[in-house]
Unconditional design. Structure first.
Length: 130
């Protein structure tokens, strides 16, 4: 696979993730009926659920902007980890947040070679002088 193909694939996956999570965030921010029902089922107030939407959209924006993409990846990973835990606590299906988490990391591995090197490179450099 060429570098250009990987780059395009990474951006396509990132764009799809961004669209799905942005839709979810705006649903929470505008306090739609569906979002309020979901928040109530988790025991959250409308204000708290709106705040989660703001955190979600900020994380998505950081993920999509190349310079802050690694930070956005970590924030989305944390956010989705919380979503998985909340779904588990309330006996709800966890397939969707897990799938999104997997695709976030696939996109991150493709888009950010420095992250991939950090995660999979076991080489340790010694900066001390002899």
């Amino acid at each position: 696979m060429t570098s250009k193909t990987k780059n395009i694939g990474g951006w396509i996956i990132s764009g799809l993730i961004g669209l799905m999570l942005a839709a979810s965030a705006f649903d929470k921010i505008i306090e739609s009926t569906h979002a309020l029902q979901m928040g109530t089922s988790f025991g959250l107030s409308a204000g708290t659920y709106s705040l989660l939407g703001i955190i979600e959209i900020l994380s998505v924006l950081l993920f999509l902007y190349p310079r802050t993409g690694v930070l956005g990846t970590l924030l989305l990973s944390s956010y989705l980890g919380g979503a998985i835990a909340t779904h588990l606590q309330h006996q709800q299906n966890i397939v969707f947040p897990i799938a999104i988490e997997v695709f976030v990391w696939i996109a991150a591995v493709v888009r950010f070679p420095e992250l991939t090197q950090r995660l999979f490179n076991r080489t340790v450099t010694n900066n001390t002088t002899p």
